[in-house]
Design a protein. Structure first.
Length: 298
């Protein structure tokens, strides 16, 4: 089960959230037939996107679109996050989901090399109630995802943040996936900063802690160095969900315009479309294309 908990440490001067997204990332791997490399990349993106959905979004009408393009082999990455009560709903894809790179010298998946660093991380916040959108654009730091989002929080939100993400995957699938995010409250002092730094220096990686079946509560105690951490909410979740439909793809075909639809009807006599997020395919016959074309005349 995907599980997320939020809490406070250091006498309320530090906020922390931890997530186990193993089932989510395994579902994504199967659905998009991802390689180990792209599983690690999208798994990290899905985890931090879900965490942001649970910490940055207050209304169900809000959404966050995350764009990452470091000009690496995986190409562009797009993730859309929405909030539904106590769950963050995510859908995401990579432009080239079949990328597979050799392991690094340390035996790790080469996430940074796959994503690349010659590009940007763009966060687009949309509020359906106010009809406004807000962009936060920062250059990529390493392509490792966690460091890049840490830079975003520092630059765009002026929030001192510690972020760790991990995906442990082998040829059989996702063994463990998750992450944690620590942010200092305005009244945090050097004492709390030093405590957090020392705790993280001693802690194992996210993947290692999850592989040892460490609970999220224990993970939070470990990375904050606070055995008395207070857990506020423990019934949060992050889920994958795609809202594609044939009607939406019909609208997309209509947006191509009359001339391109005429060429499609004359030359191909059909159209096959595919959702990037869930790989579901939608077929349009010649008659259906003609109807879409005719509706443009109304």
């Amino acid at each position: 089960m995907n599980r997320v908990i939020k809490g406070l440490a250091c006498e309320g001067k530090v906020s922390v959230i931890a997530a186990d997204t193993t089932e989510l990332v395994e579902e994504l791997r199967k659905l998009q037939d991802l390689t180990p490399t792209t599983t690690a990349v999208l798994g990290r993106v899905a985890t931090i996107s879900g965490i942001m959905g649970l910490t940055e979004m207050k209304e169900n009408e809000d959404s966050i679109t995350i764009q990452i393009n470091g000009r690496g082999p995986v190409g562009s990455i797009v993730c859309v996050v929405k909030r539904k009560q106590n769950k963050a709903i995510v859908k995401l894809y990579a432009e080239n989901e079949k990328v597979e790179l050799p392991l690094t010298e340390k035996g790790k998946i080469a996430v940074g090399k796959a994503v690349g660093t010659n590009g940007f991380l763009n966060i687009i916040r949309e509020n359906e109630f106010t009809k406004k959108s807000y962009n936060g654009l920062v250059p990529l730091v390493s392509g490792e995802i966690a460091e890049d989002f840490t830079e975003y929080f520092a630059q765009s939100q002026q929030k001192p943040t510690v972020l760790a993400l991990g995906v442990l995957v082998d040829k059989n699938g996702v063994k463990r996936s998750g992450g944690y995010m620590i942010q200092l409250m305005p009244d945090a002092t050097e004492k709390e900063i030093t405590q957090i730094e020392n705790a993280i220096a001693k802690a194992q990686s996210v993947s290692e802690m999850l592989e040892q079946e460490m609970s999220l509560e224990e993970m939070i105690r470990t990375v904050t160095g606070d055995e008395n951490a207070l857990f506020l909410i423990n019934d949060l979740g992050i889920e994958f969900q795609c809202d594609c439909s044939k009607d939406r793809f019909a609208d997309g075909l209509a947006s191509l315009g009359k001339r391109e639809l005429d060429d499609m009807i004359l030359e191909d006599e059909q159209a096959n479309t595919k959702c990037h997020f869930c790989n579901k395919e939608y077929h349009f016959s010649k008659e259906e294309l003609q109807k879409i074309r005719n509706d443009l005349e109304k």
